[in-house]
Design a protein around this ligand. Structure first.
Ligand code: 3H9
Length: 698
């Protein structure tokens, strides 16, 4: 029999209402129903003069149960439960520890007193899920804090620390210790001694509105959350409610909440949240024990290698960085020290912690023998097979048995790298994204024959570095870069046919990406991948249409931002189109006898997204990504895909797969080679099913 998630007990005159719903005490239907019963019991218990509401486990309530969204709501509803709590004629004290978020904080705001334990964090993060607080948060929080702090908390979705929550009046007091029950009994006893009665937030005066501050907030929220609905709705509902009686404000909030729960943005954002957590649940690693990792080696101290070293140092790991000579090792040492200094400047690290990291945890070397104690080594040298194989030959000679040997290659065949060692089962890819201490994506690339415990070790390392780790199979570009290549080709085809790169970039940023493909190339450098492209040219299918203007730009030394010009000119406060690029492209069109035509932004998006989804479907169909959600998480965290669209394959399901397939068939009339439908896409469309069906096959 499973234990009831809400229990009622009494100690003397204090009723103890405890919620125990692991892992994070989310308020799903059983918790709401249990609370109603417990509150009734408290009301009817003549011996109970005060209630203490608290949670078991690591945290107070983290919010409504996200997994219930999308299903028909089931009574009792949370706003009614909270109204029942607040209306009691005996006081209730909520004791908060861990994180009290969303509906959890809203429940606490319905209690009459709030006590926080050390380290507690409070917040209303609903907007990150495409909704607004729907159980009184928009109306109660501003009555405690004033309007603007409440709006800032809701729109930023940040977690407010205990001291700040106390200063803002969200908490009445802080107590030491880690036991919410004991702290509740102690403060409950004091409240009883003072004969404290219920104190209802709903009865407090509505907050004042400062029109100018509100105008400024609206402008900054509109810019920061372009394309998203929830943040502005939270402002509207809170402000309108402040001018109404409390009950009317609650009705307004509920109506807006229910509307947003049904919105595509809510579906997309909840998908993103759950996918990020499911991505590390890999059936084939169930029960596999990872190897211990405390000491790591990094080969190469360039931008990538030093970024990886910094990520590992900030996670408390011991790092030895190897460069080919003493001068390069000194440069790497300086680069790591500088990045840590930047962290100190941004308030992420104290000066003392930086000094300790540099003296105790970090060293550079040019001698492979110094890596002999490392548990895991990550190679981040020049993207060239021979260079990498030479590094792995050395690693094989010097690393201890059982060390995991990883390459940060973005394209190369890892099996070929592993083949130079006598321990290919210990070799895998750890593909970081630059800057490696900032970007959250980590592709864990698993060649055939990799030992499961080596792969599990990669995931444990990813978690320790606070990365979102995605398992990928070996192919050219793995998950992310392979899909990116298809998108770039589609963009180049659009430009060849008549659009200019700036129209393409604008359409893509209006869709929600932070940058378009040409601005991204300028940022990365037009030399990136140049030699790989040249090498591949010899083996290309003659039907493949490959734009050549990139080579002209490269030959002129226009490598993007680092040379001051590329697709854009970087000679002023803002990049501007490089006029000569259009002339170069026009010459290529003329040579190919293409008469340019206009492209509307919708057509640009249709082609770009169809190419993205089609290649992503191949990546899933070939088993390079295990599930569609792995592609979604990769694109969200490494490639700027707008989170409020959920990821490309969630987006594809929302469009309808037959619609996308039909578009692809239309584009294939111009270029049948590029627009071959992915077999998986065709199959799912024919069977009337979705990518989502492959995420949850059970
Ligand atoms: C809301 O409250 C609406 C109301 O205003 C109105 C209602 C009428 N539900 O993240 P973790 C699961 S909207 C269900 O790995 P951490 C999660 O999937 C809600 N499940 O741990 C994972 O499952 P699994 C507003 C949830 O320590 C496990 O818990 N609240 C929920 O890194 C552990 O999670 C939020 O938006 C949930 N609400 O971080 C808060 N939350 O083990 C969302 C978590 O099967 N949650 N799970 O993979 C968080 O931000 C983080 O989970 C938290 C813990 C900070 C709490």
């Amino acid at each position: 029999m499973t234990q009831a998630p809400v229990t009622y007990a009494r100690q003397g005159e204090i009723a103890l209402i405890c919620i125990d719903n692991p892992p994070v005490n989310a308020i799903g239907h059983p918790v709401r129903a249990g609370l109603v019963v417990a509150l009734d019991q408290f009301a009817a218990d003549p011996a109970a003069r005060l209630g203490v509401l608290y949670c078991a486990g690591r945290s107070f309530i983290a919010g409504a149960d996200i997994r219930e969204f999308g299903a028909p709501p089931r009574a009792p509803f949370l706003p009614d439960v909270i109204a029942q709590l607040e209306a009691l004629d005996k006081p209730v004290l909520a004791v908060l520890h861990g994180t009290a978020l969303g509906g959890g904080l809203e429940l606490a705001l319905g209690a009459h007193y709030r006590l926080g334990l050390p380290g507690v964090k409070l917040g209303l993060p609903e907007t990150t899920l495409g909704i607004i607080p729907g159980a009184g948060g928009t109306q109660r929080l501003p009555r405690l804090t004033g309007l603007h702090p409440a709006l800032e908390i809701m729109t930023s979705a940040r977690q407010v620390a205990a001291d700040e929550a106390l200063a803002l009046g969200i908490l009445d007091a802080l107590a030491p210790g880690t036991d919410p029950r004991a702290a509740g009994l102690e403060m409950g006893g004091r409240l009883l001694a003072q004969d404290a009665g219920p104190r209802r937030v709903s009865a407090m005066p509505a907050p004042e509105i400062d029109p100018e501050a509100l105008r400024n907030l609206r402008a900054s929220v509109a810019a920061r959350f372009k394309g998203q609905i929830a943040q502005m709705t939270a402002i509207d509902v809170t402000v309108s409610g402040a001018g109404l009686p409390f009950a009317d404000g609650i009705h307004l909030e509920r109506a807006a909440f229910l509307r947003l729960v049904d919105s595509p943005q809510r579906a997309a954002l909840v998908h993103a949240f759950l996918a990020e957590r499911k991505v590390a649940h890999l059936p084939d690693l169930q029960g596999v024990s990872p190897r211990a990792v405390e000491q790591i080696g990094v080969i190469g101290g360039g931008r990538m290698g030093s970024g990886i070293a910094v990520a590992a140092l900030l996670a408390g790991l011991d790092v030895t960085l190897l460069e080919r000579d003493t001068a390069s090792a000194a440069a790497a040492q300086a680069s790591v020290a500088q990045t840590l200094e930047d962290s100190v400047r941004r308030g992420k690290l104290t000066g003392d912690a930086r000094a300790r990291i540099l003296s105790d945890q970090f060293r550079t070397t040019n001698d492979y023998a110094a890596l002999s104690d490392c548990d895991l080594v990550i190679e981040a040298v020049f993207e060239d097979m021979d260079t990498k194989r030479a590094v792995f030959t050395q690693l094989d000679q010097h690393c201890k048995p059982g060390a995991v040997l990883a390459t940060n290659t973005s394209y190369l065949d890892i099996a070929q790298i592993a083949a130079v060692t006598r321990r290919p089962a210990d070799v895998l890819g750890l593909h970081f994204f630059s800057p490696a201490h900032v970007m959250r994506l980590l592709e864990i690339v698993v060649p055939e024959g990799a030992a499961p415990d080596a792969v599990a070790t990669g995931f444990v390392l990813g978690k320790r570095l606070r990365k979102v780790s995605v398992r990928a199979g070996v192919c050219d570009g793995f998950i992310g870069n392979r899909i990116l290549q298809a998108c770039r080709a589609a963009a180049d085809h659009i430009v060849l046919m008549g659009a200019n790169p700036y129209e393409v970039d604008r359409a893509i940023t209006d869709f929600g990406f932070p940058m378009g493909p040409y601005a991204v190339q300028d940022l990365a450098g037009l030399d990136i991948g140049f030699f790989t492209r040249q090498r591949k040219a010899a083996t290309r299918d003659p039907r493949e249409v490959v734009a050549r203007w990139g080579d002209v730009l490269h030959a002129r030394g226009w490598l993007g931002r680092k040379t001051g010009q590329g697709y854009y000119l970087y000679d002023g406060p803002k990049p501007r189109p490089n006029p000569e690029v259009e002339a170069i492209i026009a010459r290529e069109r003329a040579a190919r006898r293409i008469s340019p035509r206009d492209f509307a932004p919708d057509e640009i998006i249709a082609r770009y997204m169809a190419a993205l989804v089609n290649e992503a479907a191949r990546v899933v169909g070939e088993g390079i990504a295990m599930r569609p959600l792995d592609v979604d998480v990769t694109l969200l965290h490494g490639y700027g895909f707008p989170r409020w669209r959920g990821g490309p394959l969630h987006w594809a399901d929302a469009q309808g797969l037959p619609v996308l397939l039909h578009q692809i068939s239309g584009f294939a009339r111009e270029d049948a080679y590029f627009w071959q439908p992915a077999p998986l896409l065709a199959d799912l469309a024919a069977r009337g099913t979705s990518f989502a069906s492959l995420n949850d096959p059970g």
